[in-house]
Write a protein that binds this ligand. Structure first.
Ligand SMILES: Nc1ncnc2c1ncn2[C@@H]1O[C@H](COP(=O)(O)OP(=O)(O)OP(=O)(O)O)[C@@H](O)[C@H]1O
Ligand SMILES: [Mg+2]
Length: 289
């Protein structure tokens, strides 16, 4: 991800005469406003190519770094409906594909979210896919190769994916890494996008926009985040995400004192370890007197 496109919302250059490198205008007929998204690099163009070429996509990156927002933005930009499924270890194939239900004495088939997306040509986003059981994930395989089909064992039906259908999965590589991982036969069906926390100037713009605070305060929060993230080397397993900075900014914007807001929104969710929370508190005090 090397190219530096314009911000995807509210940026100069969006419109019919968008300059080269800027994000082109929204699709004809799109009425809802675009989800606000600050690109990290050239992921927007790469995703468009994947969509065009019917390639499934895998987004990897830490929690709260913008993966879901990116998919929301791309669905808007491509003019496709978005079907999101949060995966968990009880998720069964029936939860994804569908099941027979008894309704008024009759047995009726009800499509699951994956089947709905396949039929309607939606983008189907499976969040935290490593949480799902292997036998559940396998149902995705025939959808990711040239066949683009979904066989439904229970009805005997085989559905061909409608044009526009695209499978997107995401996961956080650090989380429960030793316990769970995707099988190589699954991983190798997807084009991988590596996400990380945005660079400071991008993160500042996000915090200002999403948190509703001035650039100067966003700058202070992002600088603080940089220092807190260095505590990773001293044992802080999960470092503050952009999401936490946005939460702190919102509290400050609502009138909460910056120190209290940062402690509640950033420190408390990250650790219960007294030494680490103390070290984080010191850094906050040094940032906001
Ligand atoms: N690039 C970005 N552009 C705009 N907003 C962003 C961006 N990155 C993060 N954010 C902000 O951070 C919040 C969290 O981002 P998001 O929900 O996309 O994270 P995620 O990577 O999907 O996390 P998780 O792995 O926990 O699902 C968003 O609601 C948004 O406010
Ligand atoms: Mg997400």
């Amino acid at each position: 991800m090397q190219r530096e496109p314009e911000a995807a919302h509210g940026a100069p250059g969006i419109g019919p005469a968008a300059p080269q490198g800027a994000i082109p205008p929204p699709p004809q007929g799109a009425i809802s406003p675009p989800p606000y998204y600050q690109p990290q690099g050239d992921e927007v163009a790469l995703f468009e190519q994947c969509h065009e070429r019917k390639l499934a996509v895998m987004l990897k990156g830490p929690t709260g770094c913008g993966k879901t927002r990116f998919v929301e933005f791309m669905a808007w930009k491509l003019g496709r409906p978005l079907v999101t499924v949060s995966c968990h270890d009880d998720l069964t194939t029936s939860d994804l594909v569908g099941r027979f239900l008894i309704e008024g004495g009759n047995t009726v088939w009800q499509d699951g979210p994956l089947t709905r997306a396949v039929r309607s040509g939606a983008i189907c986003y499976l969040d935290e896919v490593v949480e799902a059981r292997q036998d559940t994930v396998v149902v995705l395989h025939p959808l990711t190769d040239h066949r683009r089909i979904l066989p439904i064992d229970k009805t005997g039906e085989t559905i061909e994916a409608a044009p526009g259908f695209q499978l997107v999965i995401s996961y956080n590589p650090g989380y429960q890494r030793m316990l769970k991982d995707l099988k190589p036969s699954t991983r190798q069906r997807f084009v991988g996008f590596d996400f990380d926390f945005p660079r400071p100037e991008r993160e500042m713009a996000i915090v200002a926009h999403e948190g509703g605070v001035a650039q100067a305060l966003a700058h202070e929060l992002v600088t603080l985040a940089g220092r807190l993230r260095q505590l990773h080397d001293r044992g802080l397993a999960e470092v503050p995400s952009t999401r936490l900075l946005v939460a702190a900014a919102r509290l400050i914007a609502s009138g909460i004192h910056p120190h209290q807001a940062c402690y509640a929104a950033i420190v408390a969710p990250l650790s219960d370890d007294g030494a680490l929370t103390g070290a984080m508190d010191d850094l906050i005090r040094a940032s906001f007197i």
